[in-house]
Design a protein around this ligand. Structure first.
Ligand code: AMP
Length: 423
């Protein structure tokens, strides 16, 4: 399938061209035609798959190139960062249309609120919002959404994790009952299916195969003792082989101490975690995006939503507790159709977690040899029955592979009609 087959209006096709999108990704191929038919959709897809454009493109096309600037589409997102990134994608794709958009989010002071309010008053076609801030606009009566036709929930699982369920239901009570609703979620726990049953109308279900790392990511590990980790990391960062790097660690405290150690050894790095003020976090992201800051260190909070092109290395300083977090983390590199490297440090304690990752991705990850100056690498006992199922010794079937529905997590078993990338 090509974008031509999707028959977008001329202005949108021009926007696509200027964004450099050539072929639709798997989720786009599946979701766009269904959304253009006017159906509700529940889609299981992670960041990195092109999921944002998979709902933006059909919604932009349906709104048309010459809209009347009444809010037609509302996109709810869990965080300010994601809301802003969605807004940037709207701006890019809709550049040649008259569609206008705006992102509203919490944080900031009264002035920020007033500014966002003025922005909305200036009439927009697409509003992107975090739930808390939107509720305050709606409850004050200063915002009406009577003309709304499209509601999108992006990263719905994360919104529920962050406690937004009640806010979402309240927001929906302000919307016209007749609308098209699209729910996107990286995972499909039962709470999401429950939410979908409440707010979607006979939805079409779209699964792009169980989350798989993008094909362009070179995945590698080092087996290490804890005391070798920081030296190994400094060596990699100082090697000059990589220019835009994210280092993940599982706890905030570890991120903070790692930040100190790295800076102490002369590496230009900054920590990113929830103790840092929103404004400061945004500045850090901007510096990172602009290539003024080569290294950013964060927890899993950073692994979702951050959409920076050209990240060439992701380091897992420790193995994430949930194998799916591994996929989210390494998905920060090799964004749609580029390449990147993901290196994971595995100590004895994390060996089991690491094996769960190999099982999830159904491949063995290449092991690198520790530089000799760091001393002997540990030797771990490998449990024979813990090797990846269907192991293909380093083969990679990319993101369009079969949905194996492991753990029942990715294959909702009730309600909606199913579509999947396996046909
Ligand atoms: P997302 O999964 O929405 O976070 O998108 C990941 C990245 O892929 C973003 O930087 C998009 O701009 C980019 N992208 C989305 N669709 C395409 C496409 N069809 N071709 C190339 N890049 C794309």
């Amino acid at each position: 399938m090509t974008f031509n087959d999707l028959d977008f209006n001329e202005q949108l096709a021009e926007g696509l061209l200027s964004m450099g999108y050539k072929t639709p990704t798997a989720i786009q191929q599946m979701a766009i035609p269904v959304i253009m038919e006017g159906k509700d959709v529940i889609a299981c897809a992670q960041t990195g798959t092109g999921k944002t454009a998979s709902y933006l493109l059909p919604v932009l096309n349906m709104i048309g190139a010459h809209p009347n600037h009444q809010i037609k589409a509302l996109i709810l997102a869990p965080t300010r960062e994601l809301a802003q990134q969605i807004d940037q994608q709207v701006e890019g794709l809709a550049y040649f249309t008259e569609i206008s958009s705006m992102a509203v989010f919490g944080g900031g002071d009264g002035m920020a609120y007033a500014q966002q309010k003025r922005g909305i008053d200036n009439k927009v076609d697409i509003l992107i919002a975090t739930p808390g801030r939107l509720i305050s606009f709606l409850a004050s009566g200063s915002l009406k959404l009577n003309h709304l036709e499209y509601l999108v929930l992006d990263e719905a699982d994360r919104m529920l994790d962050m406690g937004f369920q009640e806010d979402i239901m309240r927001i929906i009570s302000y919307l016209p009952a007749k609308r098209q609703t699209l729910l996107f979620s990286a995972t499909m726990p039962s709470r999401i299916r429950q939410l979908a049953r409440t707010i979607l109308h006979e939805p079409e279900q779209i699964n792009i195969a169980i989350s798989q790392p993008a094909v362009g990511i070179k995945q590698q590990i080092y087996k290490v003792h804890d005391e070798q980790k920081t030296k190994l990391l400094s060596g990699i960062l100082k090697s000059g082989a990589f220019t835009s790097i994210i280092v993940f660690s599982s706890t905030k405290d570890r991120v903070k101490s790692l930040d100190k150690e790295l800076r102490g050894s002369g590496i230009n790095a900054k920590a990113f975690h929830s103790d840092i003020k929103q404004d400061e976090r945004e500045d850090i992201l901007l510096e990172f995006k602009n290539r003024q800051l080569p290294v950013i260190i964060g927890t899993d909070a950073l692994s979702r939503g951050i959409d920076v092109e050209g990240i060439d290395l992701v380091v897992n300083y420790d193995v994430p507790p949930d194998p799916e977090d591994y996929i989210h983390r390494i998905g920060r590199t090799a964004r749609a159709a580029t390449t990147g490297t993901a290196i994971t440090f595995v100590n004895q304690r994390d060996m089991r977690r690491f094996q769960s990752i190999q099982q999830l991705i159904e491949r063995e990850i290449e092991e690198l040899t520790l530089p000799p100056e760091l001393g002997e690498a540990p030797k771990f006992k490998e449990e024979a029955n813990n090797r990846p199922r269907n192991s293909r010794g380093g083969g990679n079937r990319g993101r369009g592979g079969r949905n194996n529905g492991k753990g029942g997590k990715r294959r909702p078993n009730s309600g909606p009609k199913q579509q999947s990338s396996n046909g």
